[in-house]
Design a protein around this ligand. Structure first.
Ligand code: SF4
Length: 381
């Protein structure tokens, strides 16, 4: 598959990130992340320049883990070479991350305090996990201080806050009924700073990397929807980009696990798929270097990027009726987001032109990584 070549190579010398990144990898990465951000290809040059500057200045990032399972950290770290994590960790100064750093106990507290003092007002704060407010915050305390108190203190001097994973974004699984710890998302505690939500269980490493690259390139967070999700990743309904969509439109549904339709890669709607209500770019970027993703593996979407996850996604494997289909408002919003991101307008998407443009965007992203594009397989898993 052909790889788009952008005029970056001629303008930049060899960029070696801690000896782990060849220039070829770097240029591929800039092209890929530009496509993920739904930016025109010419922006790859600007992304490359910004990352080159960042590799010299290494902006400070503080990563807090609260009421979580460390799944978002694992998601960010686990993929093949070169990973988004490797690129980003070489570009930033990850000054505090309890799972990854060496100091522990009171030494960790000193590391956090040093990081805040060193980069006051300019650091990015990444938060993983929900914040339990019940019983004075007793359900998540670190060094004798509640998660809420720590978040308030560290957020006070941050340039911006990124909530990774659905727990940090909206409470997630800990907030499922009856929400025994009174868990909430970050934006309910941090109300005087920009908070960007990157939901997902876990967050997709590609989207976190792209959001960080956007911040490094444009010095601001990307455009977001009304619940704080960046439009480049959560602007369109998953259902609109699903490779099984033609089966949905033609009424070909899996009706039992392992039946002929399941083996043929038909639509999973009647098996409980929540894709018609989930805003996510999973079909575009996949998981684990686009090795696969749930629907490609024959599993319905569980809408883990939505604020109602887990309660509103349950039961996971049962068709929940016609009300699951997108409302006209959701339909228009998805068409508009796809149209704006791809420069064709929502009306064109509604008329069907968006599918061709999205296919082109998907091929661009896949070509930049060398990953296979399964879109021509019509959803067969
Ligand atoms: Fe939509 Fe799910 Fe069917 Fe894909 S598998 S077309 S997301 S209902």
């Amino acid at each position: 598959m052909a790889v788009d070549v952008y005029p970056v190579a001629a303008e930049h010398g060899e960029l070696v990130l801690a000896g782990r990144c060849s220039r070829r990898d770097f240029l591929r990465y800039c092209s890929f992340i530009t496509a993920v951000l739904a930016l025109p290809p010419r922006y790859a040059t600007r992304v490359a320049r910004a990352l080159e500057v960042a590799s010299a200045t290494r902006p400070t990032v503080i990563w807090l883990e609260l009421q979580d399972c460390a799944g978002d950290t694992e998601s960010f770290l686990r993929s093949s070479h070169p990973t988004p994590g490797e690129f980003i960790f070489d570009l930033i100064d990850l000054a505090y991350h309890e799972t990854l750093m060496a100091p522990a106990g009171s030494a960790a507290d000193v590391s956090l305090r040093d990081a805040i003092d060193r980069a006051k007002g300019s650091y990015l704060l990444v938060i993983e996990g929900s914040i339990p407010l019940g019983d004075g915050g007793a359900y998540c305390a670190i060094g004798g201080r509640s998660a809420e108190a720590i978040v308030r203190e560290v957020a006070a001097d941050a340039a911006a806050v990124i909530a990774v994973g659905t727990c940090a974004a909206y409470g997630g699984l800990p907030a499922a009924a009856p929400n025994p710890t009174s868990a909430v998302g970050v934006a309910e505690v941090v109300t005087d700073k920009p908070v960007m939500n990157l939901p997902g269980c876990p967050v997709n490493a590609v989207n976190l990397a792209a959001a960080l690259v956007h911040f490094l390139t444009f010095d601001e967070l990307p455009a977001m929807d009304e619940i704080g999700r960046p439009l480049f990743a959560y602007g369109a309904l998953l259902h609109d980009n699903c490779p099984r969509r033609s089966h949905f439109d033609s009424g070909r549904f899996v009706r039992e696990w392992g039946d002929e339709g399941h083996r043929q890669g038909w639509c999973l709607y009647e098996m409980g798929c929540k894709g018609p209500n989930a805003f996510s770019n999973c079909p575009l970027v996949g998981w684990n270097d686009n090795t696969s993703w749930p629907i490609a593996a024959g599993h319905p979407c569980i809408a883990c990027t939505e604020p109602g996850f887990w309660d509103e996604s349950s039961p996971m494997y049962r068709w929940m009726g016609e009300e699951l289909l997108p409302s006209s408002g959701e339909r228009e919003r998805s068409d508009e987001a796809i149209g704006v991101a791809l420069g064709v307008g929502g009306a064109a998407v509604a008329a069907g032109a968006g599918a061709a443009v999205l296919a082109h965007q998907r091929k661009r992203a896949h070509a930049a990584t060398g990953a296979p594009d399964d879109s021509s397989e019509d959803g067969a898993s």
